[in-house]
Ligand binder design. Structure first.
Ligand code: HXC
Length: 510
């Protein structure tokens, strides 16, 4: 009996060594952790339960029958993060470059099926040379099987991808279909075709880092939602994000103990909005002052900075925040901001996370670049996302809410539950000078008349009261009380029930 037990330990030790000490050392020399070390950081100590440790590939071509590694290049299983369950897979670059074989794919699909059945998120740690070249179409089929699971799991359980090494070719499409992608600076990259192919086809000379590194995907393409300096930091931040999320679409996000008072008065907010209506201020200050303990987990912080998206907690409960940022492009909505915020709103709605919208928007960004780029369709994504969302929606108009952007930003008309405004709010079709130029064109040569018209327009619309008279604004609130008002609003909405008409699915303008 003791022999048998010993044999098991020997087999386990062999599997734990992945591709062997030499390759583990190479992995470390690149500043990267191994697949198993990463899981140790990501999961609560001692919580990891492994599946399929002894699974091996079945390929015999190209001498592969002599290159078998138990586990076949991916460590899969489940564990906990701060006590809450999560399914994980972690690709092992030391085994055949973490390449994906049919059996490697089956292991990933198995834990994804379990995640959906048992209602727990999936976190994938990607570090792979792509399809196992020796397996040919079997490997391609394996990828497609994973893609199909990603589609089915979307909106059922949160899916998070962390790119911690290469992720190239069709392999990128699995992370692309998950809810969040995080990358590690300088050691990870994602592209559909690599620098060599790019050079051959388009004659562009570009490094892997420039083409698909963390900087590219967090600032230019918006493929990734965040980037971190090393494996440890990335995994710690994923743990932090995980704590904001529900386990599945049938459960609410967890309530965390908090050391903050809901009625905390923030006197500094009374002077946040500058006297000059065109002067910028930092909207993230408002977000942090409203949040429990000032904790804001920002999503896509480096992309479309004219809009902020991310998670905070109020009374320990997760709230998704969307906020125009007047520091960038005066807070205008444009193609990038609309896409960024629309995807965030849809995530929140899919997983029953209430949405707080902070508005200071002078309208949609004008220009041929925007129109040719399809701002109509992209802007409509955000409009659509807010309009279909049935989660509790609380909106605070801080300053400008002009034109179509007023409608879009979770207005009363899009089933906003609480629509508050600060006394500094200006709700109008457009700013005073633009409006006067159009409706008093005949007086344009007379500076006094134009000044009078402008003053008249401002008196009428440069305040929240016309909208409040119509009930489009439920209440004009004092800035320093905003945390209390918003917290109470969400508390009152905990029993909210709202259903959209039955449909197979909608047809959001993609
Ligand atoms: C089999 C692979 C492999 C692969 C790497 N290896 N990629 N084995 N299939 N796809 C093996 C190597 O032979 C090597 O084995 C070990 O992994 C480490 O690879 P190195 O090249 O030594 O590492 P490095 O220098 O760090 O370069 C990593 C790399 C490179 C950039 C990922 O290996 C590479 O270019 N690989 C091929 C990438 C590729 O073209 N994949 C197919 C993409 S298309 P030893 O035994 O020496 O340790 C695709 C289609 C998916 O994925 C379609 C889905 C729809």
């Amino acid at each position: 009996m003791s022999d048998i037990l010993q044999q098991l330990e020997i087999r386990r030790d062999e599997a734990r060594m992945g591709g062997g000490q030499r390759r583990i050392d190479v992995q470390h020399s690149k500043g990267k952790l191994t697949a198993r070390e990463r899981l140790e950081v990501l999961l609560d100590e001692g919580s990891f339960e492994e599946f399929d440790m002894f699974v091996a590939h079945r390929c015999v071509d190209f001498g592969m029958d002599k290159q078998k590694y138990p586990g076949d290049g991916v460590v899969t299983g489940w564990g906990t993060i701060n006590g809450r369950m999560v399914y994980v897979y972690s690709q092992d670059f030391t085994v055949l470059g973490g390449s994906l074989s049919a059996t490697h794919a089956q292991k990933i699909c198995k834990i994804m099926d379990m995640a959906m059945r048992n209602g727990a998120p999936v976190i994938g740690l990607n570090d792979s040379g792509g399809a196992r070249i020796q397996e040919g179409v079997d490997a391609l089929g394996g990828y497609a099987d994973v893609f199909q699971k990603n589609v089915l799991a979307s909106g059922v359980v949160p899916q998070i991808s962390v790119i911690m090494g290469p992720c190239a070719g069709g392999a990128v499409y699995s992370p692309a279909m998950t809810d969040f992608i995080f990358m590690v600076r300088d050691s990870s990259y994602m592209f559909v075709t690599g620098p060599d192919v790019v050079k051959t086809v388009t004659n562009e000379v570009v490094t892997a880092e420039e083409l698909g590194g963390a900087r590219t995907h967090t600032t230019k393409s918006s493929v990734a939602d965040g980037a971190y300096d090393n494996d440890m930091e990335a995994l710690y931040e994923v743990r932090r994000l995980f704590d904001f999320l529900p386990l599945n679409n049938r459960e609410k996000a967890p309530t965390r103990p908090f050391n903050d008072t809901p009625s905390r008065v923030e006197s500094s907010l009374d002077t946040l909005v500058p006297g000059n209506p065109n002067a910028p201020y930092d909207m993230s200050e408002l977000v942090r002052k409203l949040a429990d303990e000032g904790d804001f987990f920002e999503i896509q912080a480096e992309f479309a900075k004219n809009i902020l998206t991310g998670f905070i907690r109020l009374e320990g409960k997760t709230v998704g925040v969307v906020a125009n940022q007047p520091m960038v492009l005066a807070g205008c909505l444009d193609i990038d901001a609309s896409r960024k915020a629309a995807r965030f709103v849809r995530f929140c709605d899919a997983f029953e996370i209430p949405i707080l919208t902070l508005v200071d928007v002078p309208g949609f960004l004008p220009g041929t670049g925007q129109e040719y780029g399809g701002v109509i369709k992209h802007g409509a994504k955000l409009l659509f996302a807010y309009g279909e969302a049935t989660v509790p929606k609380v909106t605070v108009i801080v300053r400008k809410a002009y034109g179509g952007a007023y409608d879009v930003m979770a207005s009363k008309h899009l089933r906003g539950d609480f629509n508050y405004a600060w006394p500094t709010a200006q709700i109008a079709v457009m700013g005073a000078s633009g409006a006067v130029e159009i409706i008093h064109r005949a007086d344009l040569g007379d500076a006094d008349k134009i000044a009078a018209h402008t003053a008249d327009y401002e008196a009428r619309f440069a305040s929240p009261f016309v909208a409040a008279e119509r009930g489009f604004i439920d209440e004009v609130i004092l800035p320093h009380n905003t945390r209390l008002r918003v917290t109470r609003a969400f508390a009152s909405l905990r029993g909210k029930q709202l259903k959209n008409p039955w449909k197979k699915h909608d047809n959001i303008p993609l």
